[in-house]
Design a protein around this ligand. Structure first.
Ligand code: HEC
Length: 426
């Protein structure tokens, strides 16, 4: 235990000199913790700034701000249980298998979880106010983050039809279809979506199919050089927005900002979207059972997978994405072991580990549904459930965003990774 082992250190340090002893006494006065034990100002605040404030601050979608000590302390027990159970921050990838590097990873490390748990266990001490990190700076109001990166406002915007969410009421899924009015085909370099400043509190999640996803902390997408998404002239944009009530009537709409490649420039690689593992016919979920279904998608050209987003309804429990290589080797790419239907998380692979799949690979999507009473979201475990659009029906597929590569570029990427791998081994 840290308490027992750090006590002698304290005593030894106290003998070291008067100035030091005074300092230690000041610390001890502030909290009952032993030296080395976590304090809010020194150890907890930096974690919350980095991993929680994106949602847990004034004007955002989470139910309470977690910024100051006064705000955080009453929630200490609840925070402990949510982070230890890995329910917060929302990130549902199994950390024991598959690829673990994602550009949008908001999860806590094991060490951070242990620090939070320990801090709560010793009574949630504040610590030295001088240790408090400067407040985290968050973009204000109407700024576009991609605009900051690219140095110009969006070239084109598309807005969803507005929605008014009542002060009280059930969650709503608003799905307006809007004419983009784009006069000619263009290629997208970057895309970002944002609610109105007021709307940030009620948008749980939203997307403009298949252009961009709005999730707190991940407002958009900037594609690599010579990689882009084709936007046809007059494309219709279908929004899918999840609103929740916050005790006050709020009207919101989403705005999609688009940054294009110069007119006439066709990037070498087109970002494509596919629903993999779709299997409408055989989905069969008897009462009081946990089922597993699988669907296969053949890869016909050298492919790099950019991101993966599982989709199921309320009985969805887990989903894995695997590559069955032409030589028969099965590679686990990603497993979501704690699927939560109300969190739409698109897992975006870090570039140097994004799956590279040769032609002849089969992508295998496995989906588990829990139709037992143990699933707390299950409205009725006595129902026999099949495929359907309503949320009481089920479905499963993996949204996969990918690019197809020229064989020689693919070979070069594979070689590059092998070289990097060998360098790391040395
Ligand atoms: C992506 C947004 C997001 C992030 C990041 C996030 N939360 Fe949450 N949190 C929510 C939302 C939304 C809820 C409300 C319940 C729900 O929708 O799941 C919530 C609920 C909670 C609750 C339960 C509140 C209650 O009413 O009982 C706790 C505790 C919590 N979060 C702590 C944290 C901590 C600690 C972190 C960082 C380590 C964190 N959250 C990161 C969005 C987030």
């Amino acid at each position: 235990m840290a308490t027992a082992s750090s006590a002698p250190t304290l005593r030894r340090a106290a003998f070291a000199g008067t100035a030091c002893a005074v300092l230690l006494l000041a610390n001890l006065g502030a909290a009952a913790a032993a030296e080395g034990d976590p304090t809010f100002t020194r150890d907890i605040a930096p974690i919350l700034q980095q991993k929680c404030e994106a949602c847990h601050r004034a004007g955002q979608m989470a139910p309470m701000p977690l910024v100051t000590y006064e705000e955080v302390r009453p929630w200490a027990r609840s925070i402990r249980s949510k982070v230890v159970a890995r329910e917060m921050p929302p990130w549902h990838i199994d950390k024991t298998v598959g690829i673990q590097e994602f550009v949008n990873d908001i999860s806590l490390s094991d060490e951070q979880i242990a620090t939070i748990a320990r801090w709560v266990d010793i009574g949630g001490p504040r610590g030295d106010p001088g240790d408090m990190p400067p407040p985290q700076e968050w973009p204000q109001g109407e700024r576009w983050r991609m605009g900051d990166l690219l140095g110009r406002p969006p070239d084109f915007t598309v807005q969803s039809a507005p929605w008014t969410q009542p002060a009280e009421g059930t969650d709503q899924w608003w799905q307006p279809v809007v004419d983009s009015g784009l006069p000619e085909e263009r290629w997208i370099k970057a895309v970002e979506v944002r609610p109105t400043p007021e709307g940030r509190r009620i948008v749980h999640h939203g997307n403009a199919r298949w252009l961009v996803e709005y999730a707190v902390g991940k407002p958009g997408q900037l594609y690599a050089d010579d990689t882009g998404q084709r936007m046809p002239a007059n494309m219709q944009v279908r929004f899918d927005i999840h609103y929740h009530s916050v005790g006050e009537e709020i009207t919101d709409y989403l705005t999609v900002g688009l940054w294009f490649y110069p007119r006439g420039h066709v990037p070498k690689y087109e970002v494509q979207h596919a629903r993999m593992g779709v299997n409408t016919g055989d989905l069969d979920i008897p009462p009081h059972t946990v089922t597993k279904h699988q669907g296969f998608t053949p890869i016909t050209r050298p492919t790099k997978i950019l991101s993966y987003q599982p989709h199921m309804h309320i009985r969805g429990k887990a989903m894995s994405l695997e590559a069955v290589h032409p030589d028969g080797r099965v590679e686990m790419l990603s497993h979501v072991d704690d699927f939560q239907f109300n969190w739409h998380i698109n897992y975006v692979y870090a570039d140097d580990v994004a799956p590279l799949l040769p032609p002849g690979t089969l992508v295998r999507v496995s989906a588990w549904h829990d139709n037992t009473a143990a699933n707390r979201f299950n409205p009725d475990p006595n129902q026999w459930v099949g495929w359907g659009q309503r949320s009481y029906d089920e479905m499963y597929h993996a949204h996969v965003w990918y690019i197809e590569l020229e064989q020689e570029d693919y070979d070069a990427m594979v070689r590059e990774r092998e070289t990097a791998g060998r360098a790391n081994d040395q």
